[in-house]
Design a protein around this ligand. Structure first.
Ligand code: NAD
Ligand code: ZN
Length: 356
């Protein structure tokens, strides 16, 4: 399967299939004399050889392995990778491959965007969450004062998504990625959303249901980023669940729970606020039950409401110290809404108590 993504300057394809990591060159429109594969320490052991071997012997293949985890999205890793590009004599005809999850995708993508003002790169995502992060062309590293503060919009030449690599993912990472799939369901289509909470399960990855959910999720993301490449309007809808989600991640300290697990809580909260603001009924309880069944850590303790709201106000969407949240008028109909401080406090207070 493949999905084409049109950007303002070019277009690229997301190829999705089993075992396609073994034939990466098939998906490239050019022949690259030299290639740097950037991956992390966990993924290197699992899939680096497969990807390397897929290229012909006359191509020069270089590799760079960063430590697994969010901490690698830092300036030193970035700079070392640029040095690696220089030492490997990469030029404008070279290719960078990002082999791994969103961390490697964001980091390697930013290296590709920066080296010589931009050379080609290809994403080979290996996590479920990366169905989201590899599509849309956002690349970045972190600043000590905030995530993704240094970055760029820089689309890849192609995305080669070998879903077979997902079978080795730890359960927590599957949970993380599935939360973004749910988000894609909530902002696009009630039928899709219902299908996820009725048939989706983080323990049954080896079936066609996941493929279907994943393809639809990519299609939703693709459609939105095509309409709004630089995040001025519709793309904000992709932040459903993220205003509170990011605040929880930051409050607990990155790594305490995964991004998607924090977003899952944020999705539930967005539903609650939507219910109040739009007087609409939402399948809050059923979504919560699905999350419980799949062992999402919903009962995080030690969260302070004031601190969370303070962080929500620092969100990129916020205007004049007011929290802007993505809400749902109904499933499939997202919108951005300014939530009054008092209401926010009241709802968050109640919500956090209900979760426990
Ligand atoms: P990750 O890249 O850290 O991967 C999670 C863990 O799984 C890592 O330890 C990794 O080594 C391991 N792993 C990866 N693939 C594996 C496999 N196939 N088998 C076994 N283990 C494997 O995290 P992630 O959740 O994929 O991505 C999170 C990052 O993505 C964050 O930095 C976030 O900011 C970024 N992100 C970017 C965008 C975007 O649009 N650019 C969107 C969402 C998230
Ligand atoms: Zn996210």
């Amino acid at each position: 399967d493949s999905i084409t993504i049109h950007t303002s300057t070019n277009q690229y394809q997301v190829h999705i299939g089993q075992k396609i990591r073994h034939k990466v060159p098939v998906f490239l429109s050019k022949h690259y004399p030299s290639i740097l594969i950037i991956t992390d320490s966990v993924v290197a052991d699992l899939y680096l050889e497969d990807v390397k071997r897929s290229f012909s012997s006359e191509q020069q293949i270089f590799t760079a392995i960063v430590p697994a985890g969010e901490a690698s999205k830092n300036k030193d890793c970035f700079f070392d990778l640029i040095t690696k590009c220089i030492d490997s004599s990469l030029d404008r005809h070279s290719l960078i491959i990002a082999l791994g999850g969103g961390v490697v995708g964001d980091l390697a993508g930013f290296v590709a965007a920066s080296y010589m003002r931009g050379i080609d790169y290809v994403q080979i995502p290996t996590t479920l969450l990366a169905h989201d992060s590899s599509v849309g062309g956002k690349v970045a590293i972190n600043h000590p004062q905030g995530k993704n503060l240094i970055g760029s919009f820089y689309p890849p030449q192609a995305v080669v998504y070998d879903v077979e690599t997902l079978y080795t993912l730890p359960e927590q990472e599957i949970r993380s990625g599935y939360a973004e799939i749910i988000k894609h369901g909530l902002i696009s289509d009630e039928v899709y959303f219902e299908d996820i909470i009725q048939n989706g399960s983080i323990n049954k990855l080896s079936n066609s249901i996941l493929m279907d959910h994943l393809l639809k999720g990519i299609a939703v993301k693709a459609e939105i980023v095509e309409k709004d490449e630089k995040e001025s309007g519709q793309r904000q809808y992709l932040n459903l669940g993220h205003t509170l989600g990011h605040a929880i991640e930051a409050e607990l300290g990155y790594g305490a729970i995964t991004h998607g697990e924090a977003v899952a809580i944020g999705l539930l909260f967005a539903m609650k606020v939507s219910e109040t603001v739009y007087s609409e009924d939402f399948p809050y309880q059923r979504l919560k039950n699905w999350m419980k069944k799949n062992n999402y850590p919903l009962t995080v303790t030690g969260l302070d409401e004031q601190a969370l709201i303070g962080r929500m106000k620092k969100d990129k969407k916020s205007k004049n110290q007011k929290v802007q949240m993505v809400l749902l008028k109904s499933i499939g109909k997202p919108c951005v809404h300014e939530v009054d401080d008092r209401l926010l406090m009241e709802l968050l207070h109640k919500f956090l108590r209900e979760l426990v």
